[in-house]
Design a protein around this ligand. Structure first.
Ligand code: GLC
Length: 653
């Protein structure tokens, strides 16, 4: 949009840019800057307009974007242009991701490069390498306590290794996702050290207080994220003799985004990684970016404005790069991280579907889809040009973040139901096969979350110990059922490393003092490559899971109905054990795929005629696209074996 105030400022800024920037050919940069400058200017002035150095700060911001544009290599600029033309590229059903720790998966970044074949064998074409930046060895929070935003920790490798990996992936048409921890730094970061040494400039990078007055005000409404290991939200630093805000661990200092210098530094960091070949940047803990006394300091309007501003700036320099919002918050709040707009994502194009994840675990524990169905019905429609990241497990705990209203509608009492789920997954009930551990138990509120690997939570560990083949097979089926859901729901499925071979809990973290207090380490395994090798051994657990997931990925990629265009319709079935939805392909005329999942341990039936006439879907001649066979029928009823799923197409397809 053209607007005089912003435009005349832009003219002034362009005249003031450093001579070496002015000399460059910045044609595409200027076009994009012109297109986005009105938005950038209004957001930036909303956040920082009352400062006397406002104009100077805008100049610095534009210089940052321009310098990173100049640095961006030709190949990446070409990709930017291609993605501008094909702007729906990331909604395709052909993308399937995996998240992994470089050291856990393969020792280091070179190890990851050497194992790309394995990922390709499974069908993965988007790789999220968990944080590899410099961080203290012990107080690392699994890499989320960064002490240098622009360098790789020697434990993982070098910047050169990232370059090699990103080039290797690009040659194979695979996408690279990297983290940017935007909310906080390690207390060992240079900014924190300089703050500690008394430099005001760097104390202003954080929320630093002389005494407890303001911290106490904040504490009245702030929840605790890690109540067991890091109670409270402020940490006293004896050298600085001040309190720093530390919402996560006591060694993670929250950045102060009311200071434009922090914002500009972070834009530079985002663009730095965009220029190192990241196709997608995962923005960590985005809900927490803005702090306000009297609130829970999550989901504040300014946090959204900061994300919009990040997006607008990134679009000027590296428009092909997407953002993932890691906002593990209430269902109605998560969706807002796409940015509130009619069509396009103004903040992050992709968001973790934490609601769906937690609901899937609910269905496993209850053996029915009542709450799953209810919760998904109430999930607001996402924007057209935005997509979910659908996952079963990740490196974090499982938080039961669904809505109380939905729990009640499904016929449960919220407190009792959440307690039941935590007890079920942490082995409190003798008849539960799950082997999880509680995480983040808060004695004051009674809340708790759940740690554990997919296989151990689902019952595979207990089944293997029992030696009972029927139980083992049931666990394998449940693992495949959950994968079938994230593959067909709409969005990018993100498999967590190790789950493709049924990796059990890893209890070795208990021997390491720095890790023992954080049960999330039980599901951050070292890949056992001998175990992975058993994927080739017919009948092994590894083979059954790996082949199942591999086949699912291949089939998913061939089903255009599974692309994500808000083309999912939940169907009423009258059978609470089944989760049933139809996927359409609006661009392909009549294309439809009926997805059915049975969460019960007994076979269930579905009266197809009750589903109604769904665009003349031919219920009498169904074929399961996953198995290639006709599904089981009894008269006109579809029979769904225990923990089984179907991806049904009618015979015309
Ligand atoms: C994110 C990460 C989590 C980390 C937290 C603090 O939620 O996923 O692992 O502990 O941020 O950085």
């Amino acid at each position: 949009m053209y607007e005089q105030v912003a435009h005349s400022l832009l003219n002034k800024i362009l005249d003031r840019l450093q001579p070496d920037i002015q000399k460059q050919d910045l044609r595409h940069f200027y076009t994009r800057l012109g297109a986005n400058f009105y938005a950038i200017h209004s957001l930036f002035s909303h956040l920082y307009g009352n400062r006397s150095d406002f104009e100077q700060q805008v100049v610095r911001l534009v210089e940052t974007m321009a310098s990173r544009y100049i640095e961006r290599d030709e190949e990446l600029r070409r990709i930017d242009k291609a993605r501008e033309e094909d702007h729906n590229w990331f909604l395709s059903q052909e993308i399937v991701g995996m998240a992994l720790y470089a050291d856990g998966f393969a020792g280091d970044l070179q190890g990851v490069s050497s194992r790309v074949n394995y990922l390709q064998e499974l069908g993965i074409n988007m790789l999220h390498v968990m944080p590899v930046l410099k961080c203290p060895e012990k107080a690392s929070d699994g890499g989320y306590a960064v002490s240098d935003f622009r360098d790789i920790d020697p434990r993982f490798g070098t910047l050169e290794d990232i370059r090699t990996l990103s080039q290797k992936l690009r040659r194979r048409e695979m996408l690279l996702t990297l983290d940017v921890v935007v909310n906080h730094t390690s207390d060992q970061h240079e900014w924190a050290m300089r703050a500690r040494a008394g430099e005001q400039t760097y104390q202003d990078y954080y929320y630093v207080f002389d005494n407890r007055d303001v911290p106490d005000m904040f504490e009245e409404t702030l929840p605790e994220i890690f109540p067991e290991t890091s109670p409270g939200n402020f940490t006293y630093d004896p050298q600085m003799q001040k309190w720093a805000m530390t919402v996560f661990n006591s060694y993670q200092w929250d950045l102060n985004y009311s200071n434009p210098a922090v914002f500009i530094e972070m834009v530079d960091v985002l663009l730095f990684w965009a220029n190192r070949g990241a196709d997608i940047l995962r923005l960590d803990a985005v809900a927490f970016l803005w702090k306000k006394v009297g609130t829970i300091c999550q989901n504040e309007r300014e946090a959204h404005l900061i994300l919009q501003l990040f997006k607008d700036c990134c679009q000027v320099t590296a428009p092909g790069v997407l953002f993932i919002a890691e906002a593990i918050v209430a269902p109605v709040e998560i969706i807002k991280y796409f940015g509130e707009d009619a069509v396009i994502a103004k903040e992050c194009e992709i968001a973790y579907n934490a609601t769906f994840m937690a609901l899937l675990w609910d269905a496993i524990a209850t053996k029915n889809a009542k709450l799953l169905d209810q919760g998904i019905r109430n999930l607001p429609d996402k924007l057209d040009r935005a997509t979910w990241l659908n996952y079963i497990r990740c490196h974090d705990d499982i938080g039961l973040g669904f809505d109380d209203v939905d729990i009640v509608a499904a016929g449960y009492n919220p407190k009792q139901h959440r307690d039941f789920l935590v007890n079920y997954f942490t082995g409190v009930y003798a008849d539960s096969p799950a082997r999880g551990q509680p995480f983040g138990r808060n004695e004051k509120t009674g809340d708790a979350r759940i740690s554990g690997s997919l296989a151990s939570l689902i019952g595979l560990e207990a089944a293997i110990e029992s030696g009972d083949e029927a139980r083992i097979q049931a666990s394998v089926n449940k693992i495949l059922l959950l994968h079938s859901m994230i593959m067909s729901f709409g969005g990018i499925p993100l498999i967590y490393y190790g789950d493709e071979i049924g990796t059990l809990n890893d209890r070795s973290f208990l021997e390491d003092e720095a890790k023992a207090i954080d049960s999330r380490w039980m599901h951050r395994p070292k890949t056992d490559w001998a175990k992975a090798e058993r994927r080739r051994q017919h009948g092994s657990v590894e083979q059954r899971i790996f082949d199942g997931v591999q086949r699912m990925i291949a089939v998913r990629k061939s089903i255009p109905e599974f692309a994500d265009f808000n083309n999912r319709e939940l169907l009423e079935t009258g059978n609470p054990h089944l989760f049933v939805f139809m996927r359409h392909a609006p661009m392909l005329g009549n294309g439809r795929v009926l997805v059915v999942g049975n969460f019960d341990s007994a076979p269930q039936s579905l009266a197809l005629e009750d589903l109604g006439n769904r665009g003349n879907f031919e219920y009498s001649q169904l074929r399961d696209l996953y198995s290639g066979e006709a599904p089981r029928m009894f008269k006109s009823q579809l029979v769904v074996p225990p923990y089984h799923f179907y991806w049904l197409s009618d015979a015309r397809a």
